[in-house]
Design a protein around this ligand. Sequence first.
Ligand SMILES: NC(=O)C1=CN([C@@H]2O[C@H](COP(=O)(O)OP(=O)(O)OC[C@H]3O[C@@H](n4cnc5c(N)ncnc54)[C@H](OP(=O)(O)O)[C@@H]3O)[C@@H](O)[C@H]2O)C=CC1
Ligand SMILES: O=C(O)[C@@H]1CCC=N1
Length: 279
Amino acid sequence: MTDSSQASRITFIGAGNMASAIFGGMLDSGYPAAAITATSRSQERLDAIAAQYPVNTTRDNLAAVAEADVVVLAVKPQMMRELCLSLREAVQARRPLIMSVAAGLEAATLEQWLGGELPVIRCMPNTPSLVGAGASGLYANARVDAAQRSLAGELLGAVGLVEWVEEEAQIDAVTAVAGSGPAYCFLFMESLEAAGIALGLAPESARRLALQTVYGAAKMARESEFEPAELRRRVTSPNGTTERAIQSFQDAELARIVAEAAEAAAERARELSRELSQN
Ligand SMILES: NC(=O)C1=CN([C@@H]2O[C@H](COP(=O)(O)OP(=O)(O)OC[C@H]3O[C@@H](n4cnc5c(N)ncnc54)[C@H](OP(=O)(O)O)[C@@H]3O)[C@@H](O)[C@H]2O)C=CC1
Ligand SMILES: O=C(O)[C@@H]1CCC=N1
């Protein structure tokens, strides 16, 4: 997708799950490995990365930033302040595009920790990025130009769907729906599997059926010309088995339960934002 000599140089600080999912996807879609650098504090982690991906690795964050056009910050939110302060001089000398995948950390806070006046893109990816089926929300501050926006879209687009939001607060909603969302789906799979076992299926069989059913329904909903509500109606025969199950979900107010769970996640994102900006 990108000519090696012209490719933007991208440094991932924190070569963990999320960073490796993103650069793994970029490599799969043809981004030149020579233009990607990943850093970590432990050599062990870097050795594991180097064994799996042909990217450059180093424990030296400052050297990696000094050569970067884009710096992707991918450490835990609670580690971000200390990291940013340590990178400040190198970042100010180079002024790369800053991308952060940390939950609950506002662009202005990051920009301030890094010394100010920087283009910052806040991303909220999710773990299905690991299998190329991620869903990410992106927000750009006013200093980000069109080429940087397009590059960020290309980066996250290499591991799945990308949705831009215009208001930074909407990233909390993306977190509640997509960032945390895979866990809700896994919980549903666990429950469906347990229900299958309770009804007499062998455990392995119940798991396979539950997983394939959720996968098949998601694939069908993605590919169909009909919206999910219509697809649901098509499964639900009048006075049949599905109707009884759906009635049971509706009696238990599934929609309200999901709305409350998502609101709890969004509120935690806002709370994290307040906690982290006070540091
Ligand atoms: N997991 C998820 O579902 C999602 C996570 N996120 C966000 O992604 C970010 C990373 O999460 P995740 O990948 O799961 O976490 P990981 O713990 O897998 O990755 C973080 C990595 O950062 C490295 N690290 C920590 N401090 C430094 C430092 N100072 N310099 C260089 N490397 C450092 C750690 O390795 P070492 O100790 O060797 O340095 C570790 O490998 C978080 O901010 C999280 O909010 C966003 C969306 C979804
Ligand atoms: O649970 C969390 O805080 C992170 C952010 C979204 C998914 N995992």
